[in-house]
Design a protein around this ligand. Structure first.
Ligand SMILES: *[C@@H]1O[C@H](CO)[C@@H](O)[C@H](O)[C@H]1NC(C)=O
Ligand SMILES: *[C@@H]1O[C@H](CO)[C@@H](O)[C@H](O)[C@H]1NC(C)=O
Ligand SMILES: *[C@@H]1O[C@H](CO)[C@@H](O)[C@H](O)[C@H]1NC(C)=O
Ligand SMILES: *[C@@H]1O[C@H](CO)[C@@H](O)[C@H](O)[C@H]1NC(C)=O
Length: 617
């Protein structure tokens, strides 16, 4: 197992495809284009240098002995670096670039500007890294991505272990600052530490020493040296985590903010709007999102009632949900995983060529998760499904969930761009540390999540939701994302409290109580993130409608999908330009069937997926 794992990591390093520096069609503008390319590369290098754990995750091991700094100085330094880089981008001669590269330059500007604008909010969420969701200090996912062959690799790993207590002390200082400035999190957004969770954490850190050391090139003397020294560091780490836990319990927790929503903080509503802007990539008010949410909930509710009539069901939504639950067979976790596997391979995959050109995507793994938490998520080429309570799984929502997380949703989207010319910094986005939003590098949430929700909708066009129950299941999932618009904005901008939010979600959706709790806590912890799904999907559907209107019978959705996907992650307002450009090409009768095919080479695609952190439902 471990050996296999080491090999796949090696493969990774050697097959790492760097974007090519020159390209025939760009010869005319080589010098400006080269400069832009260099700036894009520089940004990616800076990202890896500033976030060394991320560098390890993307298979670049040059910073394997370093850790991310959580000091105040590092915050200021990063902004300075980005300001310098932005100056250089602004100095480019934009006129000398082709339209796609000019757009790339604009996206690069927007990326840097997002972080620079976010600096205004450096005293808010950025001061409180200890949220339970995707946090490198409590989920050190970089550990298994490291190199563990030679003594030198182990020296680097030991340097990292030695540095963790300092990292934890810096985090504590930041959190103390949040207490002093009254910009703390709500109590439910705090990671909980117990004796057991610290033990689990240290077990994760000791993985390369405990489980991998036997497969290395180390001599026996070196092995015991590594073991001995790591033991020393792990004990220091235990003390540091205990101190942090003590600080959280005794200092931070008593000072957590009183309101679930950001509105309770100084300038909280403005802060929330900055979070929305961060996740959506275009400017829209909380009020507008709330209005769209209420409208969508009404619309979807209407469609649900139609399905209920179709089934001659005489009753309200909650009694229909109860009826659906009563139809569920008694299933084991394995039954559930097998159902998902057959949905993906037998039902979804064969239909994809109808709406995409040249579809060759590596298979997705399906894996059960047996612990409390999110219902389903995707990452590392794997679709994770929570099977802790198999009776909570609903047959009628499975197809929609599978389409969202796998094909043509996240798994498909991430693999589709394998051979596209997309700068590495956008191909390999750093998906964790959302606690710091909007003072953070962009993750383009609406682009990825909007697409995944649009993918659920595509099942309708493909005729995949055959049975009315399943069609209803899709509407349930859509309803769930529409409710988020109401609830996320309700909590953060309009004073909705936790129990009101739970009530609202229960009224329209059929998510089990434990999952709703997790959901609401997530909206509280990641303000605005949950709005990206429905808002992103609406934007994509609006662009599609526009293209259909302009092209009429010439509209081919395979081309539309290619344009949206091949462009890679970006702020949604750039998608307008991409679609406009495509429509203009039609006007000038340019060739359209150049959509590149996706060639899957073993190992290469693995890279693209491995680097991506989790995508949630
Ligand atoms: C482990 O390290 C300590 C101090 O660094 C040293 O005193 C001890 O002899 C070492 N033990 C082994 C087995 O190497
Ligand atoms: C908060 O609002 C006040 C008054 O409008 C303003 O002076 C201050 O700069 C704002 N702070 C932030 C972080 O926006
Ligand atoms: C479901 O099946 C399991 C074993 O297969 C059984 O123990 C359990 O009682 C069943 N539950 C119901 C509600 O039928
Ligand atoms: C939430 O708001 C409702 C309605 O305003 C109120 O009745 C309830 O007491 C509140 N719950 C909490 C826990 O504050």
């Amino acid at each position: 197992m471990n050996r296999k794992w080491i090999f796949s990591c090696t493969l990774f390093v050697f097959t790492c495809p760097f974007p090519s520096l020159t390209s025939a069609e760009l010869n005319a503008v080589t010098s400006e284009d080269d400069k832009l390319h260099q700036l894009e590369e520089t940004l990616f290098h800076i990202t890896k240098r500033e976030y060394p754990e991320f560098s390890t995750l993307v298979g670049d091991h040059q910073f394997d002995d370093k850790l991310e700094s959580y000091s105040r100085e590092s915050i200021d330094r990063r902004v300075e670096v980005y300001i310098e880089l932005l100056k250089a981008v602004n100095n480019l001669n934009f006129k000398a670039l082709t339209r796609p590269r000019r757009r790339d330059a604009d996206i690069l500007k927007s990326y840097l500007q997002t972080y620079i604008n976010g600096y205004k909010w450096k005293d808010y969420g950025a001061l409180s890294p200890m949220t339970p969701l995707s946090n490198m200090l409590i989920q050190p996912v970089w550990v298994p991505a490291g190199n563990y062959y030679k003594m030198d690799d182990y020296e680097k790993y030991l340097s990292r272990l030695a540095a963790i207590p300092g990292q934890i002390r810096d985090v504590t200082k930041l959190m103390q600052d949040a207490v002093d400035r009254e910009t703390t999190l709500y109590k439910k957004s705090l990671a909980k530490f117990s004796q057991d969770s610290i033990d689990d954490l240290l077990a994760m850190y000791s993985f390369p020493i405990r489980d991998v050391v036997d497969f290395t090139e180390l001599t026996d003397a070196q092995k015991s040296d590594v073991q001995n020294r790591s033991h020393f560091h792990l004990e220091n780490m235990r003390r540091a985590y205990k101190d942090l836990s003590h600080f959280i319990e005794n200092v931070y927790k008593p000072s957590t903010r009183r309101t679930e929503g950001l509105y309770g903080l100084k300038n909280g509503t403005e802060y929330y709007h900055a979070c929305l802007m961060y996740h959506l990539g275009y400017r829209v008010t909380a009020k507008e999102i709330h209005r769209v949410g209420l409208q969508e909930v009404e619309l979807i509710h209407g469609k649900m009632k139609e399905v209920m009539r179709e089934l001659d069901f005489d009753g309200d939504l909650s009694s229909f949900y109860a009826y659906l639950r009563s139809r569920e067979p008694n299933r084991t976790a394995d039954d559930i995983l097998n159902s998902y596997k057959s949905i993906i391979t037998e039902r979804i995959n064969p239909t994809l060529p109808q709406i995409f050109r040249s579809v060759k995507i590596p298979p997705v793994r399906v894996q059960g998760v047996d612990k409390p938490g999110l219902m389903a998520y995707y990452g590392y080429n794997t679709f994770f499904i929570n099977v802790r309570n198999p009776e909570e799984q609903q047959s009628h929502t499975m197809l929609a969930i599978a389409m969202h997380e796998t094909n043509p949703g996240h798994h498909f989207q991430l693999n589709y761009i394998a051979n596209e010319k997309i700068p590495e910094y956008r191909r390999k986005l750093k998906k964790y540390h959302l606690y710091s939003v909007p003072f953070r590098e962009p993750t383009y949430t609406a682009y990825s999540e909007g697409w995944a929700l649009y993918a659920e909708y595509l099942g309708e066009e493909l005729g995949l939701y055959e049975d009315p129950h399943e069609r209803f299941g899709r509407l349930t999932m859509e309803m769930f994302r529409a409710c988020r618009l109401v609830v996320d904005t309700g909590i953060h901008a309009f004073g909705m409290n936790h129990s009101e939010a739970v009530e609202y979600m229960k009224k329209y959706t059929d998510i089990s109580y434990t999952h709703i709790e997790t959901e609401i806590d997530r909206y509280i912890t990641w303000p605005g993130q949950s709005c990206a799904y429905k808002m992103g999907e609406l934007k994509m559907r609006a662009l599609r409608k526009k293209a259909e209107e302009v092209l009429g019978s010439r509209f081919d959705e395979r081309d539309f999908h290619h344009r949206v996907l091949a462009a890679g992650p970006m702020p949604l307002d750039f998608l307008d330009d991409i679609i406009d450009e495509w429509l203009e090409e039609y006007e000038t009768q340019s060739t359209l069937n150049k959509a590149s095919s996706i060639l899957y080479k073993d190992g290469v695609l693995l890279l693209f997926v491995f680097i991506c952190f989790y995508y949630l439902l």
